[in-house]
Design a protein around this ligand. Structure first.
Ligand code: SF4
Ligand code: SF4
Length: 283
């Protein structure tokens, strides 16, 4: 079950998309979000995803479970990164390099017979290229584990569908622009000799992974395909079992806990934890 509407920041209640869009037209969006943004969000994020997607497996399985069994609401500000990300992707695909395969919607069956689906945006000469837009880039923290796994599962999907993938490239775009010197506020330059970023004014330097000029690339080597297949199967089996039996899927591990700050199901997740804790205490 999908996102069905807005946790309205003005009327302080859950409002379904139909009424929210009507409000945007009739009342000129008291929240200031444009009608087109609300409409795009309702279309892009408001459709149910009953299949098991690659991105369900790379993030929190419990979140993926909730998103498939619950109708939910979120504050419109929460959709910004996802909606802009999807729009940027679909816009850039129109300008893909010559001879590339774009928008490959593929599926494959895991070792336990579970269907996994995914969409590879761009395959150029056996290299999977995936664009990620972020407000601020911190190259030293890239690639994220989730992004790296996503590329690897895409490689597995491609191999199951007769394509060859030999590596991946994550292409990060900084929506907040290039790194600036905090003191001089100017754009910094790459200095080949020093192998460092340098402020042209005050000459302060930054290490290679501490700054960028608005974009950053990470080359991703692929894992052994059998390992990927086993990993995909384990994750897909847990989620599939949760969806079939109602046994709630496990939480994300500690290094992915930052996701909880952006999760629409934090209340349900905490309620489930308290319930399980109660059960343990009763035993
Ligand atoms: S348009 Fe804005 S103010 Fe109106 S219901 Fe939707 S979120 Fe709330
Ligand atoms: S709150 Fe965190 S652990 Fe719980 S479902 Fe959301 S992302 Fe997963």
């Amino acid at each position: 079950m999908p996102l069905v509407g807005a946790k309205c920041p003005i009327y302080k209640k859950n409002i379904r998309f139909e009424q929210c869009l009507k409000c945007a037209i009739d009342n000129n969006s008291p929240c200031s979000f444009p009608y087109s943004y609300l409409k795009a969000s309702s279309v892009l994020m408001g459709s149910s995803r009953p299949d098991i997607h690659v991105t369900d497996l790379t993030g929190c399985l419990r979140r993926a479970y909730f998103s498939k069994v619950t109708n939910y609401y979120e504050e419109p500000s929460r959709w910004m990164a996802a909606v802009l990300g999807i729009l940027i992707h679909s816009g850039l695909e129109k300008f893909a390099p010559p001879n590339s395969d774009i928008e490959l919607s593929l599926s494959a069956i895991t070792l336990s017979g579970i269907r996994v689906v995914g969409r590879i945006d761009l395959l150029v000469n056996t290299i999977i290229r995936d664009t990620k837009s972020k407000r601020w880039l911190m190259p030293e923290k890239l690639p994220t584990k989730e992004n790296e796994r996503q590329i690897n599962i895409y490689a597995w999907l491609l191999s199951k569908n007769g394509y060859v993938a030999t590596a991946g490239v994550l292409e990060y775009l900084a929506l907040g622009g290039a790194t600036r010197c905090r003191k001089c506020n100017c754009l910094i330059d790459w200095n080949k000799e020093k192998n460092k970023w340098v402020c042209p004014e005050c000459k302060k330097t930054w290490g290679k992974d501490k700054a960028h000029r608005g974009a950053h690339q990470e080359y991703i080597e692929l894992y052994n395909m059998d390992l990927i297949e086993t990993w995909v199967d384990e994750k897909a089996s847990v989620l599939d079992n949760a969806l079939k039996t109602g046994a709630i899927a496990p939480k994300i591990d500690t290094d992915g806990e930052w996701l909880c700050d952006y999760c629409a199901f934090i209340d349900e997740c905490k309620a489930f934890d308290s319930l399980s804790q109660g059960r343990v205490n009763d035993e």
